[in-house]
Design a protein around this ligand. Structure first.
Ligand SMILES: *[C@@H]1O[C@H](CO)[C@@H](O)[C@H](O)[C@H]1NC(C)=O
Length: 570
């Protein structure tokens, strides 16, 4: 086994049975707990954001099967996404497809399970006995592990196919390696995170870089290894992207230029009010987020309140804290806010919350030792409440929003039932206002017969366009694409040409969102699932699932798979 038995190291103070003694699970045990949690996420979490679908799953489907949607970001004119990044995920999926030739939905879930495994490995590296455990002691390590395993934030972010999730894995490795003083690994992962993952994630590693550069005085080392490792990553990145785009492309540079320097830039999408991140973090980390926000005042107070010979707050604490606060400072004032922009700080959020709880514990045992036991009980209560809220959150997301995935999975059954493989003509599955809940083309049973088509709805922005089927499609500038989110009417087909239609049945309708599900002369409902009606459900009950109460308070609509009564294909 490569896992170390860390429990042996602390034999003097190691007390089995006392929950609050200096005890912490072994790396192998931690890994099993983390992997179980991540596999649950792989199976049960939804796709939270259509960016994940259209910017990552779809082009990967194109790389593997030759069909899929292309967004303007992948037009060689803008070239702000990287095919190199896609291949990291598409490669295992391709191997699996080639070896087993199976159901495409399984490939989707298989890829997610691989992500679950990678995430659990990175988390174990962060936690293991030379990392958090040795630097900050078993009390903090135990809390961090508990927060990582149980938080709904990690549940949602761990298996997403997004550069911000990738950067989250890298944050775990960067801080893990830095705590273990593996500085080459630090430089490698910082470079990977910002060049291959998400360029802005470099903000999170600034404190570590400053530490290496100024405090540890490893300047030559830093420059030398940055040059070596940076070019080891950049060269294949440029080679692959330039091959696909048909011109020299450095994708991370393009994305920074687009977001920072273009006139309309990042604010075309997702402008949210100032409290958006506070609410989101609270939903995803509830009590842990509240404590993590307070960590700075708590640490400062404790540093001065405790007169101990050992320095209880050291530079490692400050650096982790600095990274978290730096992120808040940079991202909270931006008007373009997305939940996924927070993913990279999730591990640090868990770490800082654990610092805060443990500092207060130290302060209390130092000043009023009698209260120490009482405080331990409070922490236990804190964990219990946190766990319950996290479960309620995960359940709320699953129960409220998994209808689209189930509905698209029905297509597989239809594929079998009608023996679609023997048909000559393609089958159009249409979406109107529900276009952004399409999970991805892996849910379409095959590429020859099933086509996802868009029909006009009230949405009047730009929709993605299928990749051209000609060879070298990624190099040609696609027609009818803009970077201003202007509507492109050429994307739509007539409703009369749809064999199937996927639509949600909200009570209200509009000119371009007619209630298809109730137009029984034209459509037959063949599958129906209930879906949370956001607008008519109270915030709390829809955000946290409480058995029976949530069902009573929230309203649900039908998410329907409709079949045309006019167009027959069999
Ligand atoms: C997935 O869940 C999130 C809540 O975390 C929700 O906002 C989103 O709309 C859901 N996605 C789909 C496709 O229903």
């Amino acid at each position: 086994m490569i896992f170390f038995s860390n429990e042996k190291r602390d034999t003097n103070s190691y007390t089995i049975g006392t929950l609050f003694g200096p005890w912490s699970p072994q790396a192998a045990t931690a890994f099993k707990a983390l992997l179980s949690a991540r596999l649950c996420a792989a199976v049960w979490s939804n796709i939270s954001d259509c960016d994940e679908t259209f910017n990552y799953w779809e082009p990967s489907h194109y790389l593997i099967h030759g069909t899929g949607f292309q967004t303007w970001e992948y037009s060689p004119l803008y070239a702000i996404r990287s095919y190199f990044y896609l291949w990291i995920y598409a490669f295992p999926a391709l191997i699996y497809t080639l070896l087993l030739q199976t159901n495409k939905v399984l490939v989707f879930y298989y890829t997610r399970c691989i992500l679950a495994l990678c995430c659990a490995l990175c988390e174990t590296y962060f936690y293991n006995f030379r990392g958090v455990l040795r630097q900050f002691g078993p009390n903090i390590a135990r809390l961090v592990l508990c927060f990582l395993v149980l938080s709904s934030g990690m549940f949602i972010s761990s298996t997403a196919f997004l550069p911000s999730s990738f950067s989250m894995y890298m944050t775990l490795l960067i801080y893990g390696a830095w705590l273990q003083q593996h500085y080459r690994v630090v430089i490698l992962t910082v470079a990977t995170s910002s060049l291959i993952g998400w360029p802005f994630s470099v903000i999170l590693s600034l404190p570590v870089i400053v530490d290496l550069f100024l405090m540890k005085k490893r300047r030559m080392f830093f420059v030398k290894w940055s040059a070596i490792l940076g070019s080891a990553i950049t060269l294949p990145l440029i080679a692959i992207d330039s091959y696909y785009y048909g011109k020299v492309v450095i994708a991370p540079v393009n994305i920074v230029l687009y977001n920072v320097f273009s006139k309309h830039g990042a604010n075309l999408y997702g402008v949210e009010p100032w409290h958006y991140y506070f609410i989101n973090c609270f939903l995803n980390f509830n009590l842990v987020f509240v404590i993590a926000l307070l960590v700075l005042p708590i640490m400062v107070t404790c540093k001065f309140a405790i007169k101990s010979k050992r320095n209880i707050v050291n530079s490692s604490h400050w650096i982790c804290l600095a990274a978290l606060y730096l992120w808040f400072l940079v991202f909270f004032p931006q008007s373009h806010k997305e939940e996924r922009f927070l993913y990279p700080i999730y591990p640090l959020l868990c770490l800082c919350a654990a610092f805060a709880l443990e500092m207060v514990h130290k302060a209390i045992s130092n000043i009023v030792p009698k209260l120490s036991y009482f405080y331990s009980m409070c922490i236990l209560l804190f964990i219990v409440v946190f766990t319950i809220l996290s479960f309620m959150r995960c359940l709320a997301v699953y129960k409220g929003y998994h209808a689209p995935m189930d509905t698209y999975m029905e297509l597989g059954r239809i594929h079998q039932e009608y023996n679609v493989t023997s048909l000559k003509q393609p089958i159009n599955v249409c979406v109107g206002k529900e276009w952004h809940r399409f999970p991805n083309s892996f849910f379409l049973p095959d590429t020859d017969h099933w086509k996802l088509q868009f029909i006009k709805s009230e949405f009047s922005g730009q929709l993605p366009k299928p990749f051209s089927t000609e060879a070298g499609a990624t190099r040609k500038i696609p027609s009818h694409m803009n970077d201003m989110n202007r509507e492109e009417p050429s994307r739509y087909i007539e409703v009369a040409d749809c064999h199937f239609l996927i639509d949600s049945d909200y009570p209200e309708s509009a000119e371009f969102d007619p209630p298809y599900s109730r137009m029984s002369n034209d459509w037959e409902v063949i599958f129906s699932y209930s879906f949370l009606d956001n607008r008519n459900s109270p915030h709390f009950w829809r955000a946290f699932y409480v058995p029976f109460v949530t069902e009573m308070k929230c309203s649900y609509v039908k998410y329907n798979l409709l079949r045309s009564k006019h167009l027959q294909f069999n």
